[in-house]
Design a protein around this ligand. Sequence first.
Ligand code: SF4
Ligand code: SF4
Ligand code: SF4
Ligand code: FES
Length: 980
Amino acid sequence: MSPSLHETDHGTPRRDSEVEVTLEIDGQPVTVPQGTSVMRAAVEAGVHVPKLCATDSLEPFGSCRLCLVEVEGRRGYPASCTTPVEPGMKVRTQSPKLQDLRKGVMELYISDHPLDCLTCSANGRCELQDMAGVTGLREVRYGVGGQHGGAHHLDSPKDESNPYFSYDPSKCIVCNRCVRACEETQGTFALTISGRGFESRVSPGQDQAFMDSECVSCGACVEACPTATLQEKSVIRLGQPEHAVLTTCAYCGVGCGFKAEMKGSEVVRMVPWKDGAANEGHACIKGRFAWGYATHADRITTPMIRRRITDPWQVVGWDEAIAYAAGEFRRLQAAHGRDAVGGITSSRCTNEETYLVQKLVRAGFGNNNVDTCARVCHSPTGYGLKQTLGESAGTQTFRSVAQADVVVVMGANPTDGHPVFASRLKRRLREGAQLVVIDPRRIDLVKSPHVQAAEHLALRPGTNVAMVTALAHVVVTEGLVDEAYVAQRCDDKSFREWRAFVARPENAPEATEAVTGVPAAAVRAAARLYATGRSDGTAATLADFVARHGRRPNAAIYYGLGVTEHSQGSTTVMGIANLAMATGNVGREGVGVNPLRGQNNVQGSCDMGSFPHELPGYRHVSDATTRALFEEAWQVTLQPEPGLRIPNMFDAALAGRFKGLYCQGEDIVQSDPNTQHVAAALMAMECIVVQDLFLNETARYAHVFLPGSSFLEKDGTFTNAERRISRVRKVMPPKAGLADWEVTVKLANALGCPMDYASPRAVMDEIARLTPSFHGVSYDKLDRLGSLQWPCNEAAPEGTPTMHVDHFVRGKGRFIITQYIATDEKVTRRFPLILTTGRTLSQYNVGAQTRRTENLRWHAEDRLEIHPHDAEERGIRDGDWVGVASRAGETVLRATLTDRVQPGVVYTTFHFPESGANVITTDNSDWATNCPEYKVTAVQVMPVMQPSEWQQDYGRFRAVQDALLAQRRPRERDEAVPAK
Ligand code: SF4
Ligand code: SF4
Ligand code: SF4
Ligand code: FES
């Protein structure tokens, strides 16, 4: 599927209407939906009316007057972009008068333009240049070069402050497209037109440079600009691309579609794909600009081995590295038993790659010791939604939020973590939907331009279960349950038990206030809003709404790691599902239960059987029928018992029972909690194989390093948070010669586990054959449709946008009691503050990719956010170095004083190894899934002097490892490492 570099611009957005209108344009009949502009109808008829201020991603503005047309029976020359079609209309787009008018407009534009077209970076792709040609402009009488001379802006200084794009006001035609893109598409409102008349110019704030403004560098304005005024610096440096390849962003779980615009095998720019269903032509700073890591000098492109982790690395060929790794795994199994080795799949790798790694473990190692980094983020989602609704996945498309009347965002920070979804959400909020934010911290969505949450429930970290149960209490006791829905679709016994449980007085908001810290009135208002669409809603107002609209208000819940990464993460997920079922908010557009997945392929890695207890498609390994299917296909005998989860692997390693690990694309030393524990476990193993782009922190403990391939270097698929499967396409050869899937195939074959795939397409064919929810998935179909949401099979050949439409996947929806149990992680006099963690817009996860890009300019270090009261008590000023100590460890960061966090709570990100957020997190975890309790760590914070040299020079991890290495005895005595 080769997209065009020059896609058709229809001028104005598509209108969806069941009413069709037929008109005539230049004598040709054309039929379009009601509300369509004359300009767009003309394009449908194959006629391109000249335009400058219009583009089909933005509402028409009508400022340039280039698109004038004649309409039979009407006086004057209406602008075709702002004129809607009418039945029987007869439109003329060409006439001598229209040509004169357009030439006049163009002459004025060109009179204040540098006319350096030959050396301009937009040469060949400039709409102003195109329009000069289309209108037949031959003479310019005004401006600096014209016969009359005149004022101009040609000396206006450029703004080069943004590392990714430049702003050259001398080329600006003040079409306002950038301003509207920032407002309508991105929702940041960073740009204005300052000055009046001839003086008007685009401005990112009063006398501000882009980097000092509110701009979040999403690139929407750059994409909208018809000239070289706003231009990617990569295009300025490399020139215009010559071909494009469609692919999918490798950062977050939104899964934006992109056109990689290329020159040979060099990326010139990444352009958000207009037809990408997840993003519809929008992007964020990471996917749009932060792809330079793929060619960063730090990439390791040759395999390496070493016998001991204290030895220097030895560069070897692929065959030697693979043979060494396979030999070590087999040696360890011979010496310590079949279960002494395992593997970790990556939520950043493709579906095909994770499928192959779990197959290697189950069929090659002969055990089920496979787990994935989803263990530490969304494993409670998988468990909780499976138990209640019957499927381990979100229920909606992102587009569905456009139909929501009320949106609850819980434990998520979409503007930073899922920015393109946040833009959709903000658009819906500007249209009038109401918002409830449940988060300990005042995230941007609580109050930002044209967005104000109706309620912000700033609960104490660790009290989510008490909060969702209190919300349910209000729904149940105030008569707001959707009785008909529940009676028809849910399990009656579980509902009755749940109803009785949540109605108990101890679950009332007035009772839970002491636990959550949130005033009961706010909780009641939020629950009423969710259930009725009004903060003061009652059963009567709800009945009135239903009578008027024929349905209840659409209320959707979106949640993130602030829900899952707790000791009761799974319980909260089930509580959210309970709430949605009780109010009838599952099974149609605009509602649902929607986990916002952190990494690009978290959903996919879980779908592909990366958990130790599940084969692909979430089928338990104890299920003999499923096992028989895979045994037949793989020609092996599979184990019926679940294998080890990641934390169990660490414990088994420290107990001397687990000796070898194949870790693809995850930096467990940086991302998993309690670094000291992880480091000790890794040091107790004898063969660690790390496959990654960079020599990451885990590689410090590795014996074999296999170079990884970036998403630009391989074919495959990712599955986003909407269950949307999208193609990843190779745009350049793998830097190390092999794509990740090829490396796994080689390793499997070396282990005597035959794998013979010609390409990732063949792997997907096997997945589709063996997985009911993927039966209808193929690369051909993905190429044809662009993307597919699973389940995709005989019952839904083109996929399933909304789940649980007529009934729940499990049959009857099951309510589950959500008893609040306080975490063991208590504040004490020694550790009086609660630390919670999150991410920021410009960095991603452990930062391995984004730290190797210009995104460092926005976020160059992790900082500790602390409330001014807590800071004052401790004598801490903004920017001071502070020591953060927990029961697990200590680290040093700089402080930021802010009332975004409440007193008693501190917050940090975890993007930099030197700040070591996970040195202080504990190994407490979710009761059902072992997902770590990252979001609640009791800490003390004290001012310290500057961090020592060692900490500045790469921090805590090295010290931890070096200390452990110093105590390390010879390898042959490692078996004696005591259990923790
Ligand atoms: S890059 Fe995005 S946020 Fe910044 S000004 Fe442009 S549209 Fe607005
Ligand atoms: S910067 Fe570009 S998009 Fe914005 S007003 Fe100027 S020409 Fe139009
Ligand atoms: S990081 Fe997420 S929101 Fe940003 S471009 Fe990539 S997929 Fe889209
Ligand atoms: S394109 Fe219609 S007025 Fe500018």
